[in-house]
Design a protein around this ligand. Structure first.
Ligand SMILES: Nc1ncnc2c1ncn2[C@@H]1O[C@H](COP(=O)(O)OP(=O)(O)OP(=O)(O)O)[C@@H](O)[C@H]1O
Length: 707
């Protein structure tokens, strides 16, 4: 029933919200010597929280030697708010900064919110005349000498009241519309910002907590938006109602008003505990929702696999478990809110009863009229009801959701997409991996690359081969700066690639990943993905280079709409090659680009790759499994357990009797002998004959070998 602002230090009394809280704030602002140790404590807690954050960021970016050094801690602002917010240390600082950020969000909406507040003042003022009017009406009808103020007739008084109520209703409608639209604009802006912050994070961060990011985008942002506008609107109305109502009540009967105020301390205390509990619960609920979204997303995006393995019951039970967890938390919230609202309602009703009893004796003694008592009771209901809509808890909920959003908004990505110098797209130079050691941040215990040294000259093509898990794709990931090495460096033309702006660096690299991703849209828009300026001619040329002849066979050609999986694996890969070629990249990173192609497609794609390799304008790093692709590279690097064990041309490596490469090829040829499809590849030398032209049957086997 009453809103309370909590004191910063446990054990200090809770105070009622409303006009009185202003004096409380003033007292705290001029901190007395007795309170100074507590203020000092709060400041230390803020600093501790700061260093804790810096430490975790530092640990996160341990593999990023060029990451900008942490700035010195800012002097924490001692806002009145941080003193009132729950919990101690970093949590309080976070909550205060979340509150400030929430308020800052409302700044661009100053105009509509200002008008809405004006309308709110009008509608609340009208509402607050009702108890007084009802009281006067009762006195008018019960009095033997009825009188209407200002000598008005009953008709005139009724007309004035009707006009006032109409103005009040219109003002209320306008307020609701303006508040809601402003709220939704804030939510939209917040979502855009959150998405922008999420998408600029390093891949590892987003891939690990995809569901969590989505829940921040959807649920948390609407809670925050709601808390900005709804709480602002309700809060102002409550303040007006409480102050006007209490003023009127004191005017009617100071004794009865003091009696009514006796209920404030216990309700305030309840509100503080309930608010703190709800904030913790709200955080947990958002995390649980994120977890649930992640499970749903994972299974729905892999529905083919789920259905193929008849894993529906398994996925269903996994999802149900998460949904139940969300429900359990919601149940706790429901129980807490039931207890809180039940007890505040009870206290309110008991207060009314007491008011009625004591007020009745005052009426009998003639101290107040029946109308005054009625007005007083109605004001109590209005004030109580008004304050109940803006509970401490709803602010806490908004702050809880805000902390999660602003955590993400303020997070500095380990690989900052806006840092670094741009790379000249015409610049050519060798790529060097210099003593590179690498571990994935999520699995620090496994060293994937160990002191790796590798040089690729400009225009050279290098095929990386090796057993599964030997670290081939990781080399590509480091080249693309999805990650940075833990030790050593990757350089381009003698310059550490960490000095380059990541976006600019990636713009000179064409990528064909293991499993190319298509986006909803036309074939043309998919080839021109990330390349807004590409003309139709350039798109068609790239498609021709990548042997995407299937496009011309489609009824709408390049304007055919495609979904994520509406093309065959081979078609997807050729489209991805066209996408990469359209960039005219200085570096081409192919990751098993031909693994999903059938014999004919592979041959055609290899033709396209061959053209690129022969032009020697693009440096190519190919993670290759197919012998036919490997053989086309100028140099082959064999990677084993994060080390380079062999390096040489295809023929050199095959000639070495005991080479690892030879055994890898032999193993694959044996596999191809027994179960692989056979096709003809004319220019691939075989294991048996590496000096002369291979026979057709030999190349049939070898070209199909897949590592
Ligand atoms: N995102 C990741 N997080 C943690 N560990 C990873 C991640 N990606 C790969 N690994 C691990 O790193 C090691 C090397 O993986 P990588 O993908 O580079 O091997 P690969 O040689 O390309 O294998 P394959 O030929 O099977 O694709 C493996 O042990 C793998 O489990």
């Amino acid at each position: 029933m009453f809103l309370s602002a909590r004191c910063p230090y446990r054990g200090l009394k809770a105070l009622p919200f409303g006009s009185r809280s202003l004096s409380v704030q003033a007292t705290l602002r001029g901190t007395t010597p007795a309170l100074r140790p507590l203020v000092q404590y709060a400041r230390t807690a803020q600093l501790q929280a700061y260093y804790q954050r810096q430490l975790s960021t530092h640990q996160d970016s341990a593999n990023s030697p060029n990451s900008t050094p942490a700035k010195p801690p800012p002097t924490p602002k001692r806002s009145i708010l941080s003193r009132f917010l729950p919990s101690t240390g970093g949590d309080a600082t976070k909550s205060a900064s979340s509150f400030r950020s929430i308020v800052a969000l409302a700044k661009p909406e100053k105009r509509p919110l200002g008008i809405a507040i004006g309308l709110l003042l009008i509608s609340s003022s009208v509402s607050m005349t009702i108890p007084l009017t009802v009281g006067k009406l009762i006195d008018y009808f019960t009095s033997p000498t009825p009188q209407i103020p200002l000598e008005l007739s009953i008709g005139q008084a009724s007309a004035i009241l009707l006009a006032m109520f109409t103005v009040g209703a219109c003002a209320n409608a306008g307020r609701a519309m303006l508040m809601r639209t402003s709220g939704q604009r804030i939510v939209a802006r917040l979502r855009e910002k959150t998405y922008a912050a999420a998408i600029r994070q390093e891949v590892e961060f987003v891939e690990r907590g995809e569901g969590d990011v989505i829940s921040r985008l959807s649920v948390d942002s609407s809670i925050v938006g709601e808390s900005v506008t709804q709480n602002l609107s309700d809060g102002l109305r409550s303040i007006i109602m409480a102050s006007v109502g209490l003023g009127a009540m004191f005017y009617i009967s100071p004794q009865l008003t003091v009696l009514m105020l006796a209920v404030v301390p216990p309700v305030s205390l309840g509100a503080v505990f309930y608010g703190r509990y709800l904030k913790r619960l709200s955080n947990k609920t958002q995390e649980a929702l994120g977890d649930m979204t992640k499970v749903a997303q994972e299974s729905l995006s892999a529905l083919r696999t789920v259905q193929a393995y008849n894993a529906l019951p398994y996925e269903q039970s996994k999802f149900n478990e998460r949904a139940q967890h969300v429900f359990e938390l919601a149940k706790k919230e429901a129980i807490a809110s039931g207890i809180f609202f039940g007890s505040t309602g009870w206290s309110g009703n008991v207060t009314l009863l007491a008011l009625l009893g004591y007020g009745g004796t005052l009426v009998s003694s003639g101290a107040i009229s029946v109308g005054d008592l009625t007005s007083l009771l109605l004001y109590t209901v209005y004030v109580g009801g008004g304050l109940q809509t803006l509970t401490y808890s709803s602010i806490m909920r908004g702050i809880g959701a805000g902390v999660r959003i602003f955590d993400l908004l303020e997070r500095q990505p380990v690989i900052d997409p806006s840092a670094g110098v741009p790379v000249d797209s015409s610049r050519r130079g060798p790529i060097r991996f210099e003593s590179v050691t690498f571990q994935y941040p999520s699995r620090r215990e496994v060293t994937v690359l160990k002191d790796l040294d590798l040089e690729i000259k400009p225009g050279e093509s290098v095929a990386l081969v090796g057993g599964s898990g030997s670290g081939k794709s990781s080399v590509n990931s480091l080249l693309l700066r999805y990650y940075d090495p833990v030790k050593g460096k990757v350089t381009y033309d003698g310059q550490d690639i960490r000095e380059f702006n990541p976006a600019s660096w990636r713009s000179i690299i064409g990528v064909v990943p293991q499993d190319p991703v298509l986006f909803t849209g036309t074939i043309a828009s998919n080839i021109a993905y990330g390349n807004d300026t590409a003309t139709r001619e350039e798109i068609e040329y790239a498609a021709r280079q990548a042997n995407c002849e299937f496009i011309w066979g489609m009824p709408k050609g390049f304007d055919t709409e495609i979904g994520r999986l509406s093309l065959s694996g081979g078609q997807r890969q050729r489209l991805a090659i066209a996408r990469a070629l359209l960039k005219r990249p200085a570096i081409l990173a192919l990751d098993e680009a031909t693994s999903a192609l059938d014999a004919t497609s592979e041959h055609r794609v290899n033709d396209a790759i061959e053209k690129i390799l022969q032009s020697r304008q693009t440096t190519c790093l190919i993670v290759a499994h197919r012998l036919s692709t490997i053989a086309r590279a100028e140099r082959i690097i064999v990677l084993e357990d994060g080390h380079i064990t062999e390096s040489g041309t295809y023929r050199q490596l095959l000639r070495q009797q005991d080479s690892r490469f030879r055994s890898l090829m032999a193993a694959q040829l044996n596999a191809a002998d027994t179960d692989g499809p056979v096709f003809i590849e004319k220019d691939t030398p075989s294991l048996e004959d590496t000096t002369e032209q291979p026979s057709e049957s030999q190349t049939q086997k070898s070209s199909d070998a897949v590592l």
